[in-house]
Write a protein that binds this ligand. Structure first.
Ligand code: UD1
Length: 335
């Protein structure tokens, strides 16, 4: 049985990935500093899978603690989620973002290199493409200059991994996520945004729950079918399964290069108004919303060409937008 370190394993995507790893028979050890997650998630994962993952509360910025973890834990691979992820905040606090998102990555890779731990999965983002010139976006689309420090940490992160793989003969896969949404069907784990949500789906569910007065739709004058911006919303459980597929590709030595990257989305673009309609249909809840001006930094449209990921990872999404929105709503209701 392979033992996998999952950093940020109590967070939104991390916790769903831990569940899928355990369901597949992997042994999991989680590192999380609880800066944007709750310790209860460990119990909830245990309830879903019947297995309590090992857990260490470690801040990955503390190099000595990272080294000491690897001194006392033998792992076969690492899935690295732990990072700051608020786009706006990243522009206010670039050094904090570089220290955490880049510093931690370097420390992890150093320990892996020193101990010949070979398999690394990195959580990247479709943000690396910026506003792509062509849709759907495939992996050959150029990486554009990052619009935020957060986006830059993903670009630099990929470069650091690519160079490390080449120099030290390590193997890694970066998964470029589109927009992850939803919650586990058990409704025991889901997204826990701090404060006022910046992302669309938590804002929608909090509005439907009466916690927010109305949703502001940012811009209805885009060059899209209904004027609102288009994204590729992927159910977090489908996304979690992509990590298992990527890990198995490395373990089974099916990778075609030391460093590979794949787009992880559904391939379907949905506008903000289409998401609202789908939410109302899936939940029977009418949603208060109004159209306001565009949000600075937003792109018009992004959705994935999933051809390469489907083929190479032998993976595809199984869940619909409606199912993801229904799960997000159930999750909101039991908060
Ligand atoms: C954002 C980040 C992206 C990050 C992703 C992680 C920005 C510019 N981009 O993506 O880098 O990887 O989150 O989840 O912040 N919307 C509204 N009203 C709202 C909230 C959102 O109309 O209250 C619209 C947005 O304008 C956008 C769509 O909904 O068109 C999705 O927004 P969001 O969930 O924030 O995701 P992204 O902006 O795609």
């Amino acid at each position: 049985m392979k033992k996998i370190l999952v950093t940020g394993g109590l967070g939104f995507i991390g916790s769903h990935t831990v569940v899928e790893l355990q369901n597949k028979g992997f042994e999991v050890v989680i590192i999380d500093d609880l800066s944007n997650s709750k310790i209860d998630v460990l119990e909830n994962i245990t309830e879903i899978t019947g297995i309590k993952p090992l857990f260490h509360e470690i801040d990955l910025r503390v190099k000595a603690d990272v080294t000491s973890f690897f001194d006392t834990n033998k792992v076969d691979g690492v899935i690295h989620f732990a990072a700051f992820k608020a786009v706006g905040e990243s522009i206010q606090k670039p050094l904090a973002y570089y220290e955490n998102n880049i510093g931690s990555l370097v420390y992890l890779l150093q320990e892996m290199k020193n101990r010949n731990i070979d398999h690394f999965i990195f959580c990247s983002s479709c943000t690396v493409y910026g506003q792509a010139d062509a849709l759907p976006i495939n992996e050959n689309a150029p990486v554009k200059k990052a619009e935020s420090t957060y986006g830059n940490t993903k670009q630099i992160g990929e470069e650091i991994i690519a160079e490390s793989c080449k120099a030290y003969n390590m193997n890694a896969i970066a998964l470029r996520y589109f927009n992850p949404i939803g919650a586990h069907e058990s409704i025991k784990i889901g997204e826990l945004p701090l404060g006022v949500p910046q992302n669309l789906i938590p804002f929608i569910t909090q509005t439907a729950a009466g916690l927010r007065k109305e949703l502001s739709v940012f811009g209805a004058d885009y060059d899209t079918s209904d004027g609102t911006a288009v994204r590729d919303y992927i159910h977090v459980v489908d996304l979690a399964k992509a990590h298992i597929a990527a890990l198995e590709r490395l373990i089974n030595k099916k990778n075609k290069a030391n460093f590979e990257f794949f787009n992880v989305g559904t391939g379907i673009g949905s506008s903000v108004l289409e998401v609202i309609t789908a939410f109302e249909k899936a939940t029977g809840k009418p949603l208060n919303y109004k159209i306001v001006g565009r949000r600075e930094g937003d792109i018009v449209a992004a959705y994935a060409d999933t051809t390469i990921a489907n083929k190479e990872l032998n993976w595809k999404t199984e869940k619909s937008l409606e199912a993801a929105l229904a799960a997000a709503w159930k999750w909101q209701q039991q908060q």
